[in-house]
Design a protein around this ligand. Structure first.
Ligand SMILES: Nc1ncnc2c1ncn2[C@@H]1O[C@H](COP(=O)(O)OP(=O)(O)OP(=O)(O)O)[C@@H](O)[C@H]1O
Ligand SMILES: [Mg+2]
Length: 210
């Protein structure tokens, strides 16, 4: 049987604050199936970005394991994690940063999908915040990752453009069986979720509605 898309077992993440340790995630366990759209909610500072960074292998937990498509990321060194991420994960940062794009066909097609056709040759500094965000989304999808992780993906977008981006994620999950994980404060993003988890006091609580 295929392994789950994402599995967290007893994950803890603490940050040092001077002499003290502050726990942001406490004993988080979670299993996400292939093709699911999972949304994490919770107040600012509750640990959503921290959690997504661990699943993407950008950061390591203080304790516990993070397994993506059967690979235990916590058993890999930083270089192997980076390689794994490049192959299997598409990550859209909350505070995205762009490098100039190359104009390959797949990027153009994805830019078309997010409503930015014809802007493939633009320099990032000449794009608006929302345009940059859509380029960041297109770039995260170009290598056709099995797991798409997006931290507040519609934060800078107007309602119509946001709806287009969410439709793209929805199609990726339904038709291409990609697993999509998002952190958000937005009702519209919550609306496309198969499962919703609220971050509360360092733990995850599954919600049926929000
Ligand atoms: N590198 C770090 N060093 C120390 N503390 C950190 C670090 N990164 C995050 N934190 C702390 O961890 C907590 C959780 O932060 P995180 O960014 O995960 O929250 P969030 O739920 O994504 O919030 P938001 O909704 O504002 O994006 C915060 O209190 C933050 O200050
Ligand atoms: Mg965040």
């Amino acid at each position: 049987m295929a392994p789950p898309a994402v599995e967290l077992r007893n994950v803890e993440k603490s940050y040092r604050e001077g002499e003290a340790e502050r726990a942001v995630l406490r004993d988080v366990s979670l299993t996400i199936g292939t093709g699911e759209i999972v949304v994490f909610v919770g107040r600012s500072g509750s640990g959503k970005s921290t959690l997504l960074n661990l699943i993407a292998g950008i950061d390591r937990p203080t304790a516990g394991t993070v397994t993506v498509n059967g690979t235990d990321l916590t058993a890999l060194d930083e270089q192997a994690r980076t390689l794994f991420r490049r192959r299997h994960i598409g990550f859209v940062f909350q505070f995205f940063n762009l490098i100039p794009l190359d104009g390959v066909a797949r990027v153009r097609e994805l830019l078309e999908r997010v409503g930015l056709g014809g802007r493939g040759a633009s320099y990032p500094e000449r794009l608006s915040g929302g345009e940059q965000q859509r380029v960041a989304i297109a770039r995260a999808l170009v290598h056709e990752p099995a797991v798409v992780i997006a931290d507040e993906p519609t934060g800078n977008l107007d309602a119509e453009t946001a709806a287009g981006v969410l439709e793209l994620f929805d199609t990726l999950a339904r038709e291409a069986r990609r697993t999509v994980l998002m952190a958000t404060h937005s009702r519209e993003v919550i609306g496309v979720a198969d499962r919703i988890f609220a971050m509360e006091r360092g733990g995850l609580v599954e919600r049926t509605t929000c």
